[in-house]
Design a protein around this ligand. Structure first.
Ligand code: NAD
Ligand code: ZN
Ligand code: ZN
Length: 337
């Protein structure tokens, strides 16, 4: 099978022929149809974060495909079923986080395309209990971005407290942000979209943002404060300056939800203002299997639109450049069918 492999954090990915893998008793083998390119894959391939993957590895955690073989212990999915392989490859299933619906905080988790090989390949192995069924009628090319960009922002909106009567700032209208904006609207919030490219600002308008700010020319915090300040700000841009602006855009009692993970990510908080304003700062990491099932259900109901362009896996390195230079409409998806 064909796979895109990271051998070195400073070198391009290499397209390789690898043997088709056989599932262990708890695993399924998935024939990948669609595999989304999340900005996290770029961080992974470059070793951007304090906890690094071990090369060689295959990135990709927005994998969608058909279960082709299942180990003897797999109970919850069948051969022939379409499933998603998300970031949470598996977790211990028994710790207090796992049993309280916070499996994404399990300290014994593995991560697809990071600590275990992911979906930048024609086939991938996955834990039978942690793949998420994709309902009939959802295009696999849509299901792929929903498996990380969708579930991550859906969860971020949930923890932000966004709802009717709230004003929500979405900072960064990329792969994650274009879906965050839609979930904020579904939640009933007034929405403010921020980006730094003309195409993304136009996309935000097209998706119905109530206010659109260009961080290149606007003082984002000042403009949002003129509206009364944001009840919640969702930080999705790979830029430390954007975190500071999102913090400063909050109203009293507001929540800053940190999602983007820039290399050397830092946020300086004034303690006095944070205390007196009752500001909440929340880190949010992907979402659970249940969150992803809800994301798929919303999409099947026609409530969300995935903006994506397809690419060939062979072009993975130029695709990374396209994302880094902001040339992508929202999400790139490798079509492996
Ligand atoms: P992306 O590149 O598709 O989108 C980033 C967007 O931010 C782009 O539209 C870009 O134009 C915009 N932007 C850049 N600078 C900006 C600024 N100063 N102000 C406003 N907008 C700006 O990336 P993505 O795939 O959406 O991922 C975003 C980040 O989220 C990455 O760091 C990724 O690793 C992280 N991520 C986190 C989680 C999580 O669970 N916490 C999950 C997935 C991705
Ligand atoms: Zn991701
Ligand atoms: Zn656990």
């Amino acid at each position: 099978m064909k796979a895109a492999v990271v051998h070195d954090f400073t070198q391009p990915l290499v397209i390789e022929e690898r043997p088709v893998p056989d599932p262990a008793p708890h695993q399924v083998r998935v024939r990948i149809e669609a595999s989304g390119l999340c900005h996290t894959d770029i961080h992974a391939a470059r070793g951007d974060w304090p906890v690094k993957p071990n090369p060689p590895f295959v990135p990709g955690h927005e994998g969608v495909g058909i279960v082709e073989a299942a180990g003897a212990e797999v109970r919850h999915v069948r051969v022939g079923e379409r499933v998603a392989i998300p970031w949470l490859a598996d977790a211990c299933g028994r710790c207090d986080h796992c049993v309280s619906g916070w499996e994404t905080l399990c300290t014994r988790q593995h991560n697809s395309g990071y600590s275990v090989d992911g979906a930048y390949a024609e086939y991938a192995l996955a834990h039978g209990d942690y793949v998420v069924p994709v309902p009939d009628g959802i295009d696999p090319l849509d299901a792929a971005p929903l498996s990380c960009a969708g579930v991550t922002t859906y969860k971020a909106l949930k923890v932000s407290g966004a709802g009717p009567g709230t004003r929500v700032l979405i900072s960064g209208i990329g792969g994650l942000g274009h879906l965050a904006l839609q979930y904020a609207r579904i939640a009933g919030a007034e929405t403010i979209a921020v980006d730094v490219t003309d195409d993304k600002l136009a996309l935000a308008r097209e998706l119905g943002a109530d206010h659109v700010l260009d961080a290149r020319v606007h003082d984002v915090a000042a403009e949002v404060q003129k509206l009364g300040g944001a009840h919640a700000a969702i930080a999705l841009a790979v830029s430390n300056a954007s975190f500071q602006a999102a913090y400063a855009a909050l109203r009293r009692g507001g929540s800053l939800v940190l999602v983007a993970l820039p290399a050397e990510g830092k946020l300086e908080l004034p303690v006095f203002d944070t205390v007196l304003n009752g500001t909440k700062v929340i880190g949010s990491i992907v979402g659970t299997r249940e969150d992803l099932a809800e994301v798929f259900q919303l999409h099947a109901l026609g409530r969300t639109r995935v903006i994506r362009e397809t690419r060939h896996l062979e072009d993975v390195n130029t695709c990374f450049d396209e994302v880094l230079t902001g040339k992508v409409s929202a999400r790139l998806v490798f079509d492996l069918r």
